[in-house]
Design a protein around this ligand. Sequence first.
Ligand SMILES: *Cc1c(COP(=O)(O)O)cnc(C)c1O
Length: 478
Amino acid sequence: MNQPSAAPPEDRQPLPAVDRVLATDAAQAAAERFGRVATVASVRASINEVRPAWRAGAQVDVSPERIATVAAARLESDDRPSQRRVLNLTGTVLHTNLGRALIAEEAIAAVVAAMRSPTSLEFNLSDGGRGERDDHVRGLLRELTGAEDAVAVNNNAAAVLLTLNSLSEDRETIVSRGELIEIGGAFRMPAIMKRAGARLVEIGTTNRTHLADYADAIGPATALLMKVHPSNYRIEGFVKEVSAAELAPLARERGLPLVDDLGSGVLVDLAKYGLERERTVQEAVSDGADLVTFSGDKLLGGPQAGLVVGRSDLVRRLAKNHLKRALRLDKLRLAALEATLKLYRDPDRLAEKLPTLALLARPAEALKTLAAKLRPAVAAAVGPAYAVEVADLSSQIGSGALPLAKIPSGGFAISAPGEKSGGALVRLAAAFRALEIPVIGRIAEDRLLLDLRGLDDEAALVAGLAQLGAANAGERAW
Ligand SMILES: *Cc1c(COP(=O)(O)O)cnc(C)c1O
């Protein structure tokens, strides 16, 4: 048996003492950057890590310089933020798992300014009295949507929760069975209703709901009629839905509020940007919805937020609900939201200013031209085991906006011709994710697809490709 001896041979380079490692230039530089305590801990950990191999007689470099370098690299990697910047080449522009909308520069500047100083968040500068935080966006939301009043909360799920709790607690809300949606994660309309204390009354069938179904369901306990945008699916075929415009007169006649949960809050005609039309918030308001709820970080292109616009008396009831305190926005997001909404005053330059809209409006031809230009760099980076093609791809908006709308796009389709199992593509996708700025693609039909529509920084992709090529060539970062 070839047991490793407990004691190392006499002529081995000894493991250095911690102090000797700390005396090296690399360790001094690390201590300057990360602090003495963390550097000592990292040096200890690095010595402990190499000890078993060294004991076993392996050829390992245990010079103080080498151990200091390893310790510094460990500190560097531990120092990386947990939430990392990535390149979104998934083809889904508003990707919930990748943080949805990118914020406009104007909004970023507003957030930074609000972060640095005290602000008039809830302070009335004219009379020195208390102000209301939602006042910073109320006027803009009224101006842009035509609604009487507005309130802003944490996200659209919170907007729906607050609305139902304020207007339908212990009372009934009528919703069509075709609209009892579940949206990724844990947003299920029936569950939100329950949490809000509202009693759900389902009407119609999955595919067909008539105006008479709403009328017949109204009783003494009815508090609300509700429409919900079927954000992530569409029922086709023998289908009948009652539009908000058709429902509004019934709601008015019976003295009941009509709530329209739009999901993605679109404030402009998307057809202007070559996209499929989506009903806007203004249209929902003018169709007669008494309250309209929508997200801030979907097609609106702002920070995570939930917005409720509509009749003043109803909005007041939401604002006075104690839940509002738990769901309210902080000064940073209010600053970002205000700056984002202001951009809508200049519709001609919206697509330049709002990054999400800019990405969605990019012509497929431009993306394919870019792909053709970058193809040699991609091929060089992934190496000869893979075939890289410039491909026609199809992006989607994401986050429940126009679920079936496919936006023609361009990018790369990478395949591994020699391999049957798909393991090579999984490995390649992992290598892209391991880059300094991770590149996130998607695997479909035995190809790794990199859709350039979501690329917000071409130089970062080029740098990533160089890094991937170097890693493939065996040049490790350290
Ligand atoms: C996305 C969506 C929600 C949830 O909005 P968040 O901002 O993610 O909380 C609610 N309702 C509809 C119809 C949606 O599309």
